[in-house]
Design a protein around this ligand. Structure first.
Ligand SMILES: [Zn+2]
Length: 274
């Protein structure tokens, strides 16, 4: 089964808002999943996580998390590297308490280094994080495909790293589209993307994906910012058809700035496909 997640508390959530109200409101709109945007910091209150877990369960909603942006697992500065690992570990641990299935992470910047060397640094950092797996037995660490050429995170890189640790990545076709300055926007290319995913992680892995999708503005070095579906060049209806035809299952987070409006547009269009 495939669910479309809203990227954060819906804009139309009644005041005072917040995650719990946002979940209830999303549910009332017919949305089945939410990605909690912990992009500035990770919440630290276990009772609050329990409240979120119960609310999501009551609405039969799936939860994912976006970890903080301030992460670079390739930092040469020991303090920055340690802080990056700590933020990821905190996000995974609190996610376990909230019943979250997968946490998406922007892994690193190349900083002008050889990608193979950066890969080794990320392998070491991932090993360190996963030493604490008992704190988050049910949560996946999802490295994201990134939209800027200075960022670690091609499809091959995140698939290879994920495979080594029995994880699955957060594939963001909009980022891939921006990174390649306009490619990856057709049925053929999305099928190749899923073929690669399947080749690395096995056929069953396509039944529990954690993905992002949105329109996107880009230039030579990649991503500028996200766009609403209808204001972008994304062939989003073709993308939905690929999801349907291949029977992809899991969670697709709609990262459009219109939040619930485009999430519902994706869901309703997908549902109407034969
Ligand atoms: Zn992201």
């Amino acid at each position: 089964m495939l669910q479309f997640a809203v990227a954060g508390v819906p804009l139309s959530t009644p005041k005072p808002g917040g995650t719990v109200e946002g979940l209830k409101h999303a549910h009332s709109l017919g949305i089945e999943a939410m990605e909690m945007e912990w992009v500035q910091n990770v919440p630290k209150n276990p009772e609050r996580m329990e409240e979120i877990r119960i609310t999501a369960k009551e609405g039969d909603m799936t939860l994912t998390v976006h970890a903080p942006y301030y992460i670079n697992l390739n930092s040469p500065e020991p303090a920055k590297l340690a802080a990056s690992k700590r933020r990821i570990l905190d996000a995974l641990t609190m996610s376990e308490l909230a019943g979250v299935r997968s946490v998406c992470v922007h892994p690193a910047f190349y900083l002008g280094q050889d990608p193979a060397k950066v890969f080794e640094n990320l392998r070491r950092a991932t090993e360190d994080i996963l030493k604490h797996k008992k704190l988050f037995p049910n949560v996946n660490l999802a490295y994201e495909t990134m939209g800027k050429t200075a960022q670690f995170g091609t499809l091959e890189e995140v698939l290879k790293l994920s495979k080594e640790f029995d994880l699955y990545p957060c594939v963001d076709p909009a980022h891939m589209h921006a990174r390649t300055n306009g490619k990856i926007n057709s049925t053929k290319e999305w099928n190749e993307m899923f073929d690669a995913y399947e080749k690395y992680l096995g056929k069953k892995s396509l039944t529990y994906v954690h993905m992002h999708f949105s329109g996107i503005a880009y230039a030579a070095h990649g991503e500028k910012h996200h766009l609403p579906l209808k204001e972008s060049d994304a062939k989003w209806m073709d993308f939905l058809k690929v999801l349907k035809d291949r029977k992809i299952g899991g969670t697709v987070v709609c990262e459009s700035p219109l939040l619930e409006k485009d999430t519902l547009l994706m869901k309703e269009t997908y549902d109407a496909l034969k």
